[in-house]
Design a protein around this ligand. Sequence first.
Ligand code: NZQ
Ligand code: ZN
Length: 386
Amino acid sequence: MTNFELYNPTRLVFGAGQIVKLKDLVPQNAKVLMVYGGGSIFKNGIYEQVKNALEGFSITEFGGIEANPHYETLMKAVEVIRKEKLDFILAVGGGSVIDGAKFISAAVKFEGDPKEILYKRMAIRDNAVSFGTVLTIPATGSEMNSGSVVTIAETQEKLAFGGPALFPVFSVCDPNVIVSLPKRQLQNGVIDAFTHVMEQYLTYPADAYLQDRFSEGILQTLVETGPRVVEQPDNYKLAANFMWSCTMALNGLIQKGVPTDWATHMIGHELTALYGIDHARTLAVIAPNLYRVLFSAKKEKLAQYGRRVWNIQGDDTDAIAREAISKTEAFFDEMGMERKLSAYTPDYAATADIIVKRFEARGWAKLGENGIVTPDKVKEIVEMSY
Ligand code: NZQ
Ligand code: ZN
C-alpha cells in the first residue's frame, strides 16, 4: 500500500425524505443560483420539494444544463452569478448538472479565459463559489467527489478537471428519486459505478487488502441489486443500496493507497464527445477489450476479481482471468448494454486513429497504471471494440 491522504469534506445527507433538510443545509442569507437540467425535476416533484424546503430563501433559477454539460451553457450561468452577485450554487440533478455546477463554481472568479480550466486540466484549490447538491440519479459519484467533466460543444471535446475546492459542501441523496428514472438511465448508473470500481481496483496486486475488499463489496452489491433495481426502482431497499454503492464507488475512499487505471474513461469520453453515446455505454464498449489487450498486466487482479466477485473456482490464473472477462460481459449484457461501437454509429472506421491523434496532441502518451496504455494499445483496444 502506498502512502495517502484522505480528504473529503462533503456532508452526505442520505435517505428518504431528506430534501426537507435543505433549509438547514443552505447557508442562511445566501443568494442562491439553483441549477438544473432539461426539466425532469418538474415532472417528478423534486423541484417542488426543493422549493418548499427553501421557502423564504433568495433563489435565482438556471435550467437547461444538458447531459454531458456544455461549456457554452455553463458560461451563461457564470454570467448570471456575476451580474446578480450570487454567492451559493444549488445543483439539482445528476452527474451532468453537478459537474456543471463545479465548473460554474470554478469559473466565476477565475482570472483569464475559463476554457483554460479545461485545457490545462487545472486543479482548483481556492476562489470557488460554494455549492451543494440534490442528487437525482445515482451513477457518477459526483455528489461526493471533486471531479467534473465538461464538453466544449464547439470543438466536440470532453475534458475532465477538478480540485479540492470543488467538493460539494453537502449532498442530499434520497433514494426515492430514482422512481422516475427511465430504465436506460438506471442501467447506465449501475454500469458507470461498476466501472468506477474497476478503474480503481483492476490493476495489479498492491497489498491493499482492505481497499480490495471495499471494492469487491461494492461490485458484489451492484451485481446483486443492479438487475433488480432497473425493474423495480420503487423498491426502497434496492434503491438505497444502489444509490449508496454509486456514491462509494467514486468518493475517493477505494482509490487510496492503490494504483488506478482510468483509461477506459479517457477513451470512453472521446466516444461521447464524437458520437453522443451515453457515458456508461461507452465504458461497456471499451472495458472488456481493454482488459483483453492488457491481459498480462492485469491477469492477477482479474483472477482475484473472478474468484471473489464471480465465485469462479480453480487454480489456473489465466483461465479464471479470462472467464472473469466473460462474466463481466455477460453482466453488461444483462444490464442492457451494447458492447460494439457499430451499434451506435455507422461511421466508426476512423475512430481509433482520431482518438490516438487527440491523445497525442494532448501529450497523453501513457495512460493507465504504470503508463501501460500507450497509443498503440489505445488503437488496438478501440479497433477491437468496432
Ligand atoms: O436533464 P434532465 O431533464 O434532468 O434529465 C436527466 C438526463 O436526461 C435524466 N434524469 C436525471 N434524474 C432524473 C432523470 N430523469 C427522470 N428522473 C430523475 N430522477 O437523466 C439523464 C441523464 O442525466 P445525467 O446527469 O447526464 O446522468 P449521469 O448522472 O449519468 O451523469 C453523466 C455525466 O457525468 C459525467 C459523465 O461524463 C457525464 O457527463 N461523469 C462525472 C464524473 C464525476 N464528476 O466524478 C465521473 C463519471 O465517470 C462521469 O464521467
Ligand atoms: Zn464514469
